[in-house]
Design a protein around this ligand. Structure first.
Ligand SMILES: Nc1nc2c(c(=O)[nH]1)N[C@H]1C(S)=C(S)[C@@H](COP(=O)(O)O)O[C@H]1N2
Ligand SMILES: [Mo]
Length: 493
């Protein structure tokens, strides 16, 4: 005991102390990650949420427009740095107080302080104890360093031992944490045969164009206000229908799964994406119609609107009529809804911008007056129907032949045709479309082949929706109502 405390007291160099404290902070963060994974118990998550919540609306909008999803990664990195900083500070206090004491109080004190900071941040006891243990281990190893690393001078050995422990704990924490999956995932949705048949149909109808995403997206875009997705266990999930209703209704996961399942192809598009961006995707969703659930609660005669609320604190309000054909999805492409896309259940509102397709849905409040929406409070106008768009994502060359292709989407209006110009808009030809999939809110693929004119030329595409309306030519930025305009691409000779 006495020998240990004298060694602790020997850690006189400020640099050495800071280094050990920093390593303890890193190890503490790794310990928290090992126990929680990338989920709300992880010390980084509340800081990342705080960062996005504290940022003023225009800044959030700017980050979304400029960085797209990279903005989320920046928030995570910033939160990670802040978490390591806070835990290191706690460890440093333990270390310094420990050096002053005449008995080895440093490591346990550092562990308790780090654990305390983690609990204050996350209110999750188990990951916090793991954080404290990781930090305490590094401080303890650096105190015992001279025994385990022979040769070097005592203070050098102490730091070396701390480094070794820090690296070890962090590596172990990283491996353990990344193995964790958030939320219990029930088996594949029932009705396997129907799902497989529909997926096969989408496969068969997808155009055979190299590089073109098939009709069911291979990777589905993701947009979240919180960089860490909530982890909601199926058995803990409920959806409450509240507000201006005669008798509020609560549905749990078992209720949901006991209802007759339906399968729908639905396309989603984010209002904040660039005109020719990639935040447009389609999946085969499994779930139940939402309107009958809301009807069960007997909405008041004066209802006008709903607010959909979610486990991540997200909320969106819009006219109740939009829910008439809405869907409550708990499956995606034949599997349980992935956590990233709203497990246990999300809303799908046909023909509307992605933002009101609320994920991790927990409440539908019926209202007699309109309410605020998360994005509208930040200046967006994305609760309405989508704009029509034809995207150009593929240019394939084969000698003198050129093949251009993409997707077109017009919400519930449907895509009637896609027109292509290969001379900058002077003349137009109809593109070939993929055969329509069943459903009222699904994109189509288009392809057009032509002889290369032997010079640089402008390819322009535009869609005409099912009502005969051609998409507007005028370029409009995504903010605040979503992008519009004809997509143009220069193709070489
Ligand atoms: N709970 C919750 N639902 C949400 C969001 C969110 O951040 N939280 N983002 C919305 C936005 S802006 C879009 S475009 C879609 C994206 O759905 P996806 O991530 O499944 O592609 O989800 C919407 N639903
Ligand atoms: Mo969005």
């Amino acid at each position: 005991m006495a020998a240990l405390s004298s060694r602790l007291a020997g850690a006189r160099s400020l640099g050495a102390r800071l280094l050990v404290a920093l390593l303890a902070g890193v190890a503490g963060t790794a310990g928290s990650f090992a126990a929680a994974g990338f989920a709300p118990g992880f010390v980084v998550e509340p800081l990342a949420s705080l960062a996005t919540r504290l940022l003023p609306g225009p800044v959030v909008t700017f980050v979304v427009l400029v960085f797209g999803s990279l903005g989320e990664q920046l928030a995570v990195v910033a939160a990670l740095v802040a978490a390591v900083g806070l835990l290191s500070l706690a460890a440093l206090v333990g270390l310094v107080v420990g050096e002053r004491a005449s008995w080895p109080v440093g490591p346990p004190l550092a562990a308790v302080l780090v654990c305390g900071v983690a609990v204050a941040l996350t209110s999750a006891p188990v990951p916090s104890v793991a954080a404290g243990a990781g930090a305490g281990l590094v401080v303890a190893t650096s105190a015992l360093g001279p025994r385990v690393v022979p040769g070097a001078s005592p203070s050098r050995r102490r730091v070396l031992a701390g480094v070794a422990a820090g690296v070890g704990v962090t590596a172990l924490g990283a491996v353990l944490g990344s193995r964790r999956r958030g939320g219990a995932t029930p088996g594949a949705t029932g009705d396997r045969v129907r799902v497989e048949r529909l997926l096969a149909e989408a496969d068969a109808k997808s155009l055979d164009v190299p590089g073109l995403e098939p009709l069911v997206s291979e990777s589905f875009y993701q947009v979240d206000v919180d960089p860490v997705d909530p982890t909601v266990a199926a058995e803990d999930w409920t959806l409450a229908i509240t507000g201006a209703v005669d008798r509020p209704v609560t549905v749990d996961y078992a209720d949901l799964r006991s209802m007759a399942a339906d399968h729908r192809f639905v396309t989603l598009r984010c209002v904040g994406e660039r005109l020719n961006g990639r935040k447009l995707d389609t999946a085969l969703w499994t779930g139940v119609p939402l309107a009958p659930l809301v009807e069960r609660a007997r909405p008041s005669a004066d209802r006008c609107c709903v607010v959909l609320r979610a486990a991540d604190g997200y909320y969106e309000s819009f006219p109740i009529e939009a829910l008439a054909d809405a869907f409550l999805a708990y499956g995606m492409n034949g599997a349980a809804l992935p956590r990233a896309h709203g497990f246990p259940a999300r809303a799908l509102v046909p023909g509307h911008w992605g933002e009101i397709n609320v994920k991790w849905l927990t409440e539908i409040e019926v209202r007699e007056r309109e309410a605020q929406s998360y994005w509208e409070q930040r200046g967006w106008h994305g609760t309405g129907p989508v704009e029509t768009v034809a995207k150009l994502h593929v240019v394939n060359r084969d000698g003198g032949r050129v093949q251009v292709a993409g997707h077109a989407y017009a919400g519930t209006r449907g895509v009637d045709r896609v027109e292509v110009s290969t001379d900058g808009g002077a003349t137009w030809t109809d593109a070939r479309l993929s055969a329509p999939l069943p459903g009222d809110d699904v994109w189509r693929q288009w392809v057009h082949e032509y002889d290369a004119p032997g010079r640089r030329h402008e390819v322009v595409v535009r869609a005409v929706d099912g009502t005969g309306t051609r998409q507007p030519r005028e370029e409009r930025s995504p903010f605040p109502r979503g992008p519009t305009g004809w997509v143009t691409r220069t193709v070489g000779p």
